[in-house]
Ligand binder design. Sequence first.
Ligand code: SF4
Ligand code: SF4
Length: 515
Amino acid sequence: MSTQQPITLHTSTPAGLKDQTPKKVSVHLDHDRLMDCIHCGLCLPTCPTYAETGLEADSPRGRIYLMRALAEGRAETTPTLVGHLDKCLGCRACETACPSGVQYGHLIEGARAHLHEHYERPVDQRLKNKAVELSFPYPNRMELALLPVRILRRVGIIPLLHKIGFMKLLGNLGDMESLLPPLPPISKRLKFPVEWKAQGEKQASVGMMTGCVMQVMQSHVNEATARVLCKSGCDVAAPKTQNCCGALHAHIGDIEQAKEFARRNIVAFEDWQKDHGPLDAIVINAAGCGAALKEYPGWFKGDTEWEERSKTFAESVKDVSEFLDQPAFKSRLEALTKGRKQETGNGKQQTELAARDVVPHTTGASTLEAVNDAVESDAKNKIAALNTQTPKTKDQRPKTKVVTYHDACHLAHGQGIRAEPRDLLQMLSDNGEFEFIALTEAEMCCGSAGSYNITQPEMAMQLLERKMKHIANTGAQVVVTGNPGCAMQIMLGAKKFGPKVEVLHPVQVLDRATE
Ligand code: SF4
Ligand code: SF4
């Protein structure tokens, strides 16, 4: 039962506002696009917060109504109204379900920009937001903030501090420690090579976005990404001049800072290509960042200097699963997994032979296209079969390792990437690496959502518990997901609610399978 106060909406123009022209209320609230909602309610069952609270104001339709009321000057930014907007995960599941093409992600980002300028948050919220804003996008600062955790973990007294209740005294800081996975050595990030060379015959040159959280907390995933790209025949470039994608600032409404980060990334990869030649793609392994990078043109709409440059940049961005699932790269990886199996019995030479049998000997667009076409229909058939898969009961399953897949919201709903990671996992499953089992509500948010588990811990935990129950039902030992935030959230869920699962990025699974 909600304890929140009802929201007052004016049915007529409030005193002081001469008309309801929305542009006078805020440049950030896009009234025309808010009007795209036809109130059908088809999005409601897909919304995680509505599923948990059952409140219309915590549903996409309800929030659109509140945003519209703000745009028309019929509602004020009260703590209750802001609370309903803040509780939105920005997962965009509603966009997937909407038959009317409502661009909810754009609408909520606009509403947050409006609140950023017009709403004075309580001090504790402002401090939390500021801490996230000033640390997450900057790897060196994040390292500094994490130093006490590293020291306490090294000394080995955290379990004792939990036991005697000291971590509870630290409140949010104590909770945040438990959110953190094991931290990789700082040297991994600092020594991450700028250039990686293709293994075997080169098929493409790609740029790599290394991210902020990924660099600091999951640098081993970045290493696996670069290694797998090399194995698939790519030269990899990770220019040091790149920085945060800007997603975090965009989500909290600071669009100007987000654009500043975006400009620096565009320049970083433009400069690299001027000096080293063109890149075939810019690859990213973090779903949230990938969705933001692809949205750059929207951020620069109408900007004569940056709109075209941001379009060129965004068109080259590919999530790593999206990139590797192209037949030319996938077939190279498949050959390596098959080769590894032969190697076990017949020696290393067969690994190389197997790879050469499948991979074309010449490079260039026409060869890639030919291989892509040849394998495309086979991949489509496999994906169609996977989508209609009926989950097996525990008794029906063979005694091999079971792997399941959780869709990161910004990959599935933000970028429409669902089939590609599944196709790569199914390839490994077909090769006998493990059994791949579908997850119920795979597309429902795990509660991570950027900094949501810090700013909205209660709802984040409710959603995590729900996710872990579904994971338990698959009997999986490994959960695969394509976003660092989801990975850390599910790691936390495994500790807090069980089952004890290993959480991996698709590239880690590919890396292990092609060792
Ligand atoms: S973005 Fe997600 S949490 Fe927000 S309204 Fe849409 S479905 Fe609900
Ligand atoms: S599905 Fe789309 S049009 Fe229907 S209520 Fe939801 S947002 Fe509005």
